[in-house]
Design a protein around this ligand. Structure first.
Ligand SMILES: C=C(O[C@@H]1C=C(C(=O)O)C=C[C@H]1O)C(=O)O
Length: 183
């Protein structure tokens, strides 16, 4: 296993609670968005790429079925992940435009970054599956999400922009189904 952490120096401490692993992956995807922004800034590639989004959601739909997650619910969750990525990209573009001295000096390869995002799709779907029962219980899920997001944001030292993205990305994590026990 690769134990090297590219995006933080906190070590192996992870977001807490029963949604900790899911939140960890959500934060990882948000952090990958920094690299997406670096790859696009100063090029003709737009922040928003509808055909790539369709491709991502198509992959989600197919894999969700295979993993046993409701495909429509999975698509809702991934639309939030995509929205969160664009929050980060727009925020960083604005920051780098206002402060060119903070702009990236190297440009990572978008193709490789997208492969990383595709791997995260698989991992996230697996976590959606293993947290399905909890996420159907509104109160328990809300408490666990607050714990995981709060500890994750602190441990990963997320700034205001990335905390905003985390809120966007976790908007639909707790989704009680019609028939579930809401307590
Ligand atoms: C991440 C990218 O930027 C945007 C966000 C996407 C995503 O989060 O998967 C997909 C397409 C773009 O609208 C990208 O272009 O790959």
């Amino acid at each position: 296993m690769n134990t090297e952490l590219s995006s933080n120096t906190v070590g192996t401490v992870k977001p807490l609670g029963r949604l900790g692993a899911l939140t960890d992956l959500v934060i990882e995807r948000i952090r990958v968005s920094d690299h997406v922004a670096e790859s696009k800034f100063g090029t003709d590639s737009p922040i928003e790429d509808p055909s790539r989004e369709e491709q991502v959601l198509e992959q989600v739909r197919k894999q969700a079925g295979a993993v046993g997650v409701n495909p429509d619910a999975a698509v809702v969750f991934f639309r939030d992940q995509i929205a969160a990525s664009k929050v980060v990209q727009k925020g960083l573009f604005a920051r780098w435009t206002a402060h060119p001295e903070e702009a990236p000096t190297t440009r990572p390869d978008l193709g490789q970054i997208r492969e990383q995002l595709d791997r995260l799709t698989t991992d996230l779907l697996q976590e959606l599956k293993s947290t399905e029962e909890l996420r159907d219980k509104l109160v328990a899920c809300t408490v666990q999400l607050a714990l995981a997001a709060g500890s994750g944001a602190a441990l990963e030292q997320l700034d205001t922009l990335h905390r905003q993205a985390l809120r966007t990305a976790t908007h639909s994590v707790c989704r009680p189904s019609e028939t579930s026990d809401r307590s």
